[in-house]
Design a protein around this ligand. Structure first.
Ligand code: HEC
Ligand code: HEC
Ligand code: HEC
Ligand code: HEC
Ligand code: HEC
Length: 460
């Protein structure tokens, strides 16, 4: 048996040896190529920034930063995209430009959509013009041209969250940011606006040498210091003490928060001394005796809640699990060998694959359905709370018309103030309940209860 196979066996050995050599050579060549590729990619990853420009704290224009970081700049520019989701995003509404307002596209109006909003904000500029928010590229123009500018004389403080402020503050304070902050806050909007050139830019979130994240807004530095003090951490300095993961939320928390203008200096303050929950914020406003305006129909001293995304996120399971704003709104994406943060800040529901599926192993349709179910339930409860608050305002209005003196309405006014703030806190929070479903539901339930109790009180 052995002999009969010897000839062909020998040949087979020869071919086997030759093939092995060939394969070996091919593998070696392949491996070498792969190693070169990996090492090139490692090099890219290690030194991903081929600096064309030496960035400094005097360079404000994002286009210049974009020469060093083209992928991030490209994403940043795409914040002009307008795409609607079921409860969020934004819709591009064409408009005829005028000399007063040159915008050719705006987002859909919210105050026109819901008569309830006009009622709860009666006598306040928001009843005049309140639109769906859109991408960061529009923040400066939308603020300059909102009709709310024409109804009320707005202060320079408004620019804190709508412009690139690092350089204007430093210049206005002769090198001292804090002094510049105080100086610009009390200016008229028109005077302050003349100092501001860009919407939020790279310099507002990044240190120019290392590109490390940084907090640049004094109001957040002070607000988060108060919050940390409540947690037993004294003298908190956000830029030296925050973890990197915290910074991935804190940079957003500089603007996506409830705020008010304190005193005649119109200083920007975040009302967090008692904590970040809506109840603690109303308690704070009671303590300092603050009201945004007097309600035109009921006479109550009332409050307007504004975009409390940071506060609401803080009450949710994602915050508890250490998930940052940037994890969902600026998820990583690959550009060649680079892992780049998506600087097209937008609704994560337009980007579920990167925004959610890195952590959740469910199909895209299922993730979307889970988010929308939370939002639809929140909306349903929100409509009921709206009905309850509007009914209370109706009763207060009727009581005044019937000659009930203001002094005997004070207790019910307090209830309108609180019920309305809780409702508005959920309404103004732009995730429609997603950031903290249980907390949103709790606030709406309390709002309904307080408003209905207020009605019982007025009717007595
Ligand atoms: C776990 C993911 C997740 C985290 C973390 C998160 N968000 Fe969101 N956010 C969402 C989803 C989902 C929506 C709803 C989007 C929609 O309805 O289209 C949303 C909506 C928003 C919106 C409105 C967007 C729109 O297109 O209408 C803003 C603004 C926002 N979030 C800011 C923040 C900020 C600021 C933080 C951190 C304090 C944060 N988010 C944390 C998932 C997240
Ligand atoms: C603490 C930060 C902050 C300050 C101060 C601030 N804004 Fe905004 N503003 C935001 C954020 C965040 C959004 C997007 C979320 C939203 O619209 O709810 C926004 C959205 C807007 C919009 C677009 C949506 C709308 O409401 O029609 C306008 C207009 C606007 N702001 C005007 C103003 C004016 C006027 C002032 C001064 C009275 C001001 N903002 C002060 C953070 C701020
Ligand atoms: C609203 C804040 C914000 C603005 C404005 C912003 N970035 Fe970022 N940037 C981030 C966050 C958050 C990260 C993630 C950082 C981390 O994980 O440590 C990041 C990361 C980066 C990185 C590190 C690599 C990466 O992609 O993760 C670079 C480089 C960068 N940004 C460049 C820019 C440039 C250039 C601009 C202006 C065109 C810009 N950024 C504007 C928030 C911002
Ligand atoms: C300097 C203040 C400021 C900072 C910092 C900031 N935002 Fe915004 N953001 C705004 C304003 C103002 C708008 C609304 C602009 C408009 O409607 O014209 C907005 C809009 C948005 C939207 C709506 C986009 C859309 O397409 O509908 C999202 C989502 C958002 N911001 C998330 C974030 C996240 C996440 C961060 C942190 C990485 C962040 N923002 C940091 C002020 C800020
Ligand atoms: C960085 C990881 C991470 C990302 C990104 C993330 N999640 Fe989550 N998500 C979690 C964790 C952790 C929990 C808590 C689950 C637990 O502990 O059992 C959670 C819980 C949830 C829940 C249950 C909420 C509740 O109140 O019980 C929903 C719904 C959800 N995520 C949807 C989403 C959606 C939609 C996105 C994208 C917009 C998203 N998640 C992005 C980590 C993440």
């Amino acid at each position: 048996m052995g002999d009969s196979t010897r000839g062909p066996g020998r040949r087979r050995w020869f071919w086997l040896a030759a093939a092995t050599l060939l394969v070996g050579a091919a593998v070696a060549a392949g491996t070498a190529a792969l190693l070169v590729d990996i090492s090139e990619k490692k090099q890219e990853a290690r030194n991903p920034f081929y600096r064309v420009v030496e960035l400094t704290d005097d360079i404000e224009d994002p286009e210049v930063w974009g020469q060093d970081f083209p992928f991030q700049y490209d994403g940043y520019k795409r914040t002009t995209d307008m795409v609607r989701t079921r409860f969020g995003g934004s819709e591009a509404m064409p408009r005829v430009p005028t000399s007063e307002d040159p915008r050719t596209v705006v987002s859909q109006s919210k105050s026109d959509e819901d008569a309830g909003l006009r009622t709860i904000w009666a006598g306040y500029a928001f009843a005049k013009d309140f639109r769906e928010e859109r991408g960061h590229a529009f923040m400066l123009d939308d603020q300059i041209y909102t009709e709310r500018q024409r109804v009320v004389k707005q202060p320079g403080t408004c620019l804190n969250c709508h412009g690139s402020m690092v350089i204007p503050w430093r210049k206005a304070g002769d090198g001292d940011t804090m002094k510049g902050f105080d100086a610009i806050n009390k200016m008229s909007y028109a005077d302050a606006k003349a100092l501001v050139k860009h919407p939020i830019a790279c310099i507002d979130c990044h240190e120019p040498k290392t590109l490390a994240l940084r907090v640049t807004r004094p109001a957040f530095m002070e607000g988060i210091k108060a919050v940390k003090a409540l947690q037993g951490i004294p003298d908190y300095d956000v830029n030296t003490m925050a973890t990197r993961q915290e910074m991935r939320t804190f940079v957003c928390g500089q603007c996506h928060v409830e705020y008010y203008f304190q005193g005649p200096e119109k200083r920007l303050v975040f009302p967090w001394r008692n904590g970040l929950k809506a109840d603690q914020i109303v308690d704070y406003y009671e303590e300092v005796g603050f009201k945004d305006w007097t309600h035109a129909e009921s006479g109550a001293p009332v409050l307007k809640a504004q975009h409390p995304e940071f506060e609401m996120w803080n009450q949710g399971i994602h915050a508890r699990s250490g998930v940052a704003c940037a994890d969902c709104h600026m998820p990583y994406k690959r550009e060649g060998a680079l892992k780049v943060s998506d600087h097209q800040v937008r609704s994560p529901l337009l980007n579920i694959n990167r925004a959610c599926q890195t952590c959740h192993k469910w199909p895209e349709a299922e993730m979307k359905a889970r988010a929308e179910e939370i939002q639809a339930r929140t909306k349903g409860m929100r409509d009921r709370a709206m009905n309850a608050v509007v009914a209370l305002i109706g009763d207060l209005k009727a009581a005044r018309a019937a000659g009930v003196p203001d002094a005997s309405l004070e207790a019910a006014w307090k209830m309108q103030r609180r019920a309305q703030f809780y409702l508005d806190f959920v309404e103004a929070e732009n995730s429609s309940g997603f950031h903290a479903p249980q907390e949103s539901a709790r606030l709406l339930a309390e709002s309904i209860d307080i408003a209905r109790q207020g009605q019982l009180l007025v009717r007595k």
